[in-house]
Design a binder for this molecule. Sequence first.
Ligand code: NDP
Ligand code: 2IT
Length: 448
Amino acid sequence: MSIKNAYLAKVMEDVKKRNPGEAEFHQAVEEVLESLEPVVEKHPEYIERGIIDSIVEPERIIKFRVPWVDDSGKVRVNRGFRVQFNSAIGPYKGGLRFHPSVYEGIIKFLGFEQIFKNSLTGLPIGGGKGGSDFDPKGKSDNEVMRFCQSFMTELSKHIGADTDVPAGDIGVGGREIGFMYGQYKRLRNEFTGVLTGKGLTYGGSLARTEATGYGLCYFTEAMLADKGESFKGKTVVISGSGNVAIYATQKATELGGKVVALSDSNGYIYDKNGIDLAAVKQIKEVERKRIKEYLNYHPEAEYHEGCSGIWGIKCDIALPCATQNEINGESASKLVANGVYAVAEGANMPSDPEAIGIFQKAGVLFAPAKAANAGGVATSALEMSQNSMRYSWTFEEVDAKLKDIMVNIYHNAAAAAEEYGMKDNLVAGANIAGFLKVANAMMAQGVV
Ligand code: NDP
Ligand code: 2IT
């Protein structure tokens, strides 16, 4: 990747200098700035008004100590983060990630991408992200609760239903959101929609659990339909086996695809008969165990150690739904050699720049994360609306709105790509369409 426009290249150089050692953040910014070259050439006012310089700098970063006591009585200390990146079009909105790999560069990359993703949804939400290097794996429910309460004790000072509304991401699901919501309510004495992904008995939205995976498949279906194709009869490989992967598997199967593989950070399973999702849900959602347990249900399936081997399985559609940079050039080349037709990103930034280049050069239909996985946050925004109204829509109502939103995102990204001379390049189209709304709101609000 290289940025040719001199102004944008200088912004990129400054981002690297001002944020040393944050490789994932640099990667995310570079991809967006590269897409914006034709935009600033047509609209130099974005440069003149300092929009580009502002958009790469978070409005606020909060970093804090999270002390908690484990089951043996020992004090443990983790680090908490919230990056409030951009509030031009709405309150900061974005998930919380609990994973040992979390540091400021990961949260900044996720927060930066969230600005454009949230803009693409068409709903009034700004960009933010947070998390901790806490590892929920192997912890008891009580340990997770004490950690979440300590995390929220500090975070509660900085968020609010009209200020900043966190949700889940890797390592943060219904259990963690429940513990954090309880603590927020207790500290503030308020029952508001300050978090999304809440349980259905206390303000959560129907279909939020399913939304990211379902939305990914609705987006993919729209992209395929544009070429006269569909999921029907296609072999699908999905990485991960968490929230996004599970509901992508369900919807891809409903739409006529056959999902043959899933993974976790230890390895992957291959079931040529099609994944038995009930078994996976039991292992992952109920027992919180490793994906290799699938062999206890289906001894005829295969388990392989290591997660990158999954990209060597022949498939028509690949849906990476685990983590950033899980597909490198080598994995992308294997997918292409095996004739992959479409790749759609459920995870955030799962394909590295070399992999994206390989897919695009080979003419693979490629749906970038910002557009393809926006269904989760879009449904979070629908949860915020329902909380404000003190009302709940049915599953069918939320699901229909989600589908509309995903189809619109596809058409808006495709149209922006065409308008700026990059037909079929949904990476550029999503970045441009997401950027324009935020940039115009920033221009209208003056230097703030
Ligand atoms: P979960 O925690 O539910 O599941 C994460 C899955 O990815 C697990 O199978 C996990 O395996 C695997 N994984 C995580 N880290 C790594 C790693 N470093 N290497 C290999 N595998 C890994 O998270 P989600 O399903 O919610 O999130 C998955 C992706 O989707 C993330 O990129 C997230 O940012 C993105 N996303 C999530 C949204 C949501 O609404 N939840 C919305 C939009 C995007 P293991 O259990 O072994 O760690
Ligand atoms: O990356 C994402 O969009 C999410 N983790 C969901 C964020 C949200 O606020 O629902």
